[in-house]
Design a protein around this ligand. Structure first.
Ligand SMILES: [Zn+2]
Ligand SMILES: [Zn+2]
Length: 339
């Protein structure tokens, strides 16, 4: 039923998702999908690995259920709802922390809010189940996310589409993230900095198979030991992953049942590019990023002893850019954007 995207070109970054048509298909199928989900799958209880912290009404109006641990700390910007077998995680994809600073291998993409809501929300299985044949993220799953952090930011494979370690390649900022072709901010390593917000007792993220991802320590504060090749292990509370400072950094695969389509886990939100893909700006280092207004931003970079600047404002249906290159030349661009 789903459109098959064209094969990626050699120049394509791993966030080149030709998903416009697919987005339309999915949007049109919201009601049907929800019906099928409701009809085919019984409502599940929260898992023991996702302890209760707060409650929320379900989108279907069913009995309120406990939310997975960790999200409550970000309740002002991340909304979590129960929907059949899934938790729906809604966010703008813009974290509260800084972004972009420290990147030395930059594709000239910048962070723009994303519509991760309703049918385009993140989906985490409420009852993770071990897979008979776990899917490794080494050599595949180079498209899309493999996990979502409790601050609503997606986490992609630690390897980019060339199979290179994105962190070692200088592609990531101080917080472990950068932006894709849709100017969508995401991490490629575990956001261990979130541990300071949620504490060691709670997960910093959930893999898209539903299993929680803790920081480097166990929930009781002891060091995590005996991790498998996916950075996970069993415990009395159930299977879970840990973030690490070296590869695989995040879950190195999916211990639990997931569906993989077109080299990415399905379902997950789609991101849509609204401007031509950026090219690598060799030699540039991003030095500053500021939020200058309700939806306006400024990014500075150093290149050849000069400073370049990207200023941009995000409106309901367009994004306006003002680029100042290190020689002082200025150009402006405006792109329409469908919400
Ligand atoms: Zn990326
Ligand atoms: Zn553990």
């Amino acid at each position: 039923m789903r459109d098959v995207p064209p094969p990626p070109t050699a120049a394509a970054h791993h966030h080149d998702h030709p998903l416009d048509r697919r987005f339309v298909v999915r949007q049109g199928a919201i009601g049907l999908g929800a019906l099928l989900l409701a009809a085919c799958t019984p409502d599940a209880a929260p898992t023991s690995s996702a302890p209760a912290t707060t409650t929320a009404a379900t989108s279907s109006g069913a009995t309120p259920t406990a939310l997975p641990a960790g999200f409550a700390e970000f309740a002002s910007t991340v909304k979590v709802l129960a929907d059949g077998d899934y938790w729906l995680v809604e966010s703008s994809g813009m974290p509260a922390h800084g972004m972009m600073v420290g990147i030395t291998s930059w594709q000239q993409q910048v962070p723009v809010p994303q519509p991760y809501t309703a049918a385009n929300a993140w989906r985490i299985p409420r009852t993770p189940r071990p897979a008979a044949t776990p899917v490794s993220a080494r050599g595949q799953l180079y498209r899309g996310a493999i996990a979502v952090a409790v601050n609503g930011i997606p986490i992609f494979n630690a390897l980019n589409n060339r199979g290179d370690d994105a962190f070692l390649a200088g592609e990531l900022d101080t917080w472990g993230g950068h932006c894709g072709r849709a100017d969508d901010y995401h991490y490629h390593v575990a956001p261990l900095h979130l541990q300071a917000v949620v504490g060691t007792s709670k997960p910093i993220a959930y893999a898209l198979d539903g299993y929680p991802i803790y920081g480097t320590a166990e929930p009781d504060g002891a060091p995590a030991t005996g991790l498998d090749t996916f950075n996970g292990h069993d415990s009395a509370a159930g299977y879970h992953y840990h973030g690490t400072l070296t590869y695989p950094y995040i879950n190195g695969g999916l211990h639990g049942v997931v569906e993989v389509r077109e080299d990415q886990i399905d379902p997950q939100p789609v991101t849509r590019a609204f401007r031509p893909a950026g090219t690598p700006l060799r030699g540039a280092t991003i030095t500053a990023f500021e939020t200058t207004g309700a939806a306006s931003y400024r990014l500075d970079y150093r290149l050849d002893q000069g400073t370049g600047r990207v200023e941009y404002a995000v409106a309901a249906d367009n994004v306006t850019f003002r680029f100042t290159d290190p020689t002082g030349a200025v150009r402006s661009e405006t792109y329409a954007r469908r919400s």
